[in-house]
Design a protein around this ligand. Structure first.
Ligand code: MLT
Length: 327
């Protein structure tokens, strides 16, 4: 083929590819979107994903299908999401564990939370509470500590895998008080909570949204909330400071991420749908009644989430490396 003809053919091909990509972006979403949730159904991440995802789907005009990808404290899901096509059809609801704490706890982590993802936006802040089974023979942290030390050999703690919020925050709690419980791992705090409610484990840490219904039904007891102020949804639960453990501060967060290189117009559409969902009265009511914190407009931007991830990695890495995690 003469040179000028092959150059022309290449030009046509590039133009059609570029316009195909542009069309795919303006047409987005043309079919259902998968939202990867890194833990079992029934836990806080799953719960928040379903509340917000259902409302985002209405704005986007396509279904959002939740896929629970479990394993390795949420990092199996992180790896899967990182490797997904950058086309906006696979997104992930990550959290403080998968996108911050995992960096310190998994030396061979397959992804870098701050460079392998395109942040979409923060979904909800999630205060963390320490809970005991309802018949645990202690009414407060002081009595819990005395009993836990006396029965150290039998003490059991549930968590959702190394690197999960429940693991990281409770190991920090343990390191402050010198507890070395037997650790029992579940595929999420949904099943871990079930074990606590049925009295098969002594205690666990969990994010507020799944705690509220169990606590209000009297199925578990709360020792403290690890935030500076009491939670409006659980006004009777004392703060860590009130019970003499002011150094234990742990508020988790859940946020949406796409694989890196997802086109900006797609990120913008997803972010706009998230913003609309978080302004929806029904969504706000559900999230607030469950005790979570809804980010303000500035806190929902991709830029704010990118900064949060960097800050959280920098914050948790030295804390987790210093905390004694041998059990
Ligand atoms: C869950 O949804 O099960 C939790 O977010 C797990 C955790 O990080 O503790």
């Amino acid at each position: 083929m003469p040179k000028f003809l092959s150059a022309l053919a290449a030009g046509v091909l590039i133009c059609s590819q570029v316009s195909g990509v542009a069309f795919a972006q303006s047409d987005y979403p043309a079919h259902a979107i998968t939202m990867i949730v890194p833990f079992a159904a029934g836990g806080p991440t799953d719960m928040v994903g379903r509340i917000v995802g259902e409302r985002m789907a209405r704005t986007l005009g396509q279904q959002i299908v939740i896929e629970n990808v479990i394993g390795a404290g949420g990092t199996t899901a992180g790896t899967r999401a990182m490797r997904a096509a950058s086309d906006g059809y696979t997104i992930m609801l990550g959290h403080m564990g998968t996108h911050a704490a995992a960096v310190a706890l998994y030396p061979k982590l397959a992804y870098d939370p701050s460079t392998d993802f395109a942040p979409i936006g923060m979904v909800a802040g999630m205060p963390v509470l320490v809970l005991a089974r309802k018949d645990f023979p202690a009414q407060n942290l002081g009595e819990f500590t005395v009993y836990a030390k006396r029965h150290a050999a039998e003490l059991t703690m549930a968590h959702a895998g190394v690197g999960s919020v429940s693991y990281v925050t409770c190991q920090l709690f343990n390191s402050f008080l010198g507890f070395k419980p037997k650790l029992i791992s579940y595929q999420g705090t949904g099943p871990a909570m079930y074990a606590l409610v049925s009295g098969r484990v002594d205690y666990m840490c969990d994010q507020v949204v799944t705690v509220v219904p169990q606590l209000l039904s009297g199925n578990v007891k709360a020792l403290l909330v690890a935030t500076p102020r009491r939670n409006p949804a659980l006004p009777d639960v004392p703060t860590a400071k009130e019970v003499g453990l002011p150094q234990f501060q742990a508020s988790a967060w859940n946020a949406l991420f796409a694989p890196k290189n997802t086109p900006q117009p797609i990120i913008n559409k997803l972010n706009a749908a998230l913003v609309e969902a978080l302004d929806d009265e029904t969504v706000r009511k559900s999230l607030l009644e469950l005790g979570s914190d809804i980010p303000d407009l500035a806190g929902r931007s991709p830029e704010a989430l990118a900064a949060l991830v960097k800050g959280e990695i920098a914050k948790w890495t030295p804390i987790l490396k210093a905390a004694d995690q041998t059990n």
